[in-house]
Design a protein around this ligand. Structure first.
Ligand SMILES: [Zn+2]
Length: 271
């Protein structure tokens, strides 16, 4: 969760004395104490490829800086994959790093106009890169994805995708199609991936997931009918699990973990 005194802002330049959230390739640069570096610690590096203001934290501006992956980390700093930073940063720092990573993906991926191929330039007035030839504007991208945990009494329907680590199961999830509401997506994804009908869709929570630019939107739902039929190629296995006999679950940095825990706590409390 972003700090309460944080405001997302954007400008294509940031003050020198900002809080620096810096990346080399896709890795975060952190001090040995797992804090964000200051400008002086980054001074030995060549000019950054991405260098912009991404927000205000209390009295302090927040600056995103990024270099290509071929650059070595300066002395005293460590390179750390953002996925691994979950256990090292506090929740608010991690949320700031997540925002920075999402802004970085946008800046890196829109160097050229998607309409006419001309190099784009950052706008001063809003977080957008504009094409000087055709005026097309590219904004930071977010891809909404839904996650649905299906309940049947004291059982939960869990599925595993072929790319999960061995033995791990999770809730059903998938990207929202253009033109589709979140609710339509939830019903469609559940039917496609495991072949059952659901009802009573209940909002749980959301989480930005910067790998590369998802926004996960999680729901609980109740089972109506249908036998489980795993979708070929997408779902390796799916089954009903009693809350007292659950398989290996996702890591605690994911909204899937919190969604599952909320259901487990509710059911164990009711038993
Ligand atoms: Zn253009």
């Amino acid at each position: 969760m972003l700090p309460a005194d944080f405001s997302p802002l954007y400008a294509p330049h940031a003050p020198e004395n900002s809080l620096c959230i810096a990346f080399v390739g896709d890795d975060l640069l952190l001090t040995q104490d797992n804090t964000f570096p200051d400008s002086a610690q980054l001074a030995g590096l060549p000019p950054a490829e991405t260098d912009c203001l991404i927000g205000q934290l209390g009295e302090q501006t927040c600056r995103l800086l990024a270099w290509p992956g071929s650059i070595e980390a300066p002395a005293g700093l460590q390179r750390l994959n953002l996925r691994l930073a979950w256990n090292l940063l506090d929740r608010e720092q991690y949320a700031l790093a997540t925002r920075a990573k999402l802004m970085l993906s946008w800046d890196r991926e829109h160097r050229f106009c998607g309409v006419c191929g001309t190099p784009t330039v950052p706008m001063e007035s809003e977080p957008a890169r504009i094409c000087p030839a055709c005026q097309h504007r590219a904004y930071p991208r977010l891809s909404p994805a839904i996650m649905v945990l299906i309940h049947r009494g004291n059982e939960l329907l869990l599925a595993r995708s072929p790319h999960f680590r061995p033995g791990m199961y999770s809730a059903v999830a998938g990207f929202v199609e253009p033109g589709e509401s979140l609710e339509e997506c939830a019903h469609r994804e559940v039917m496609e991936e495991v072949g059952v009908r659901i009802t009573n869709l209940r909002w749980f929570d959301s989480q930005p997931w910067p790998f590369p630019h998802s926004l996960m939107l999680a729901f609980h739902a109740d089972y109506v009918e249908g036998d489980i039929v795993p979708q070929p190629g997408e779902i390796e296995d799916a089954a009903w699990f009693h809350v007292d006999a659950l398989p290996d679950l996702p890591n605690s940095d994911s909204i899937a973990y919190r969604l599952l825990q909320s259901a487990i706590n509710e059911k164990k409390h009711a038993l």
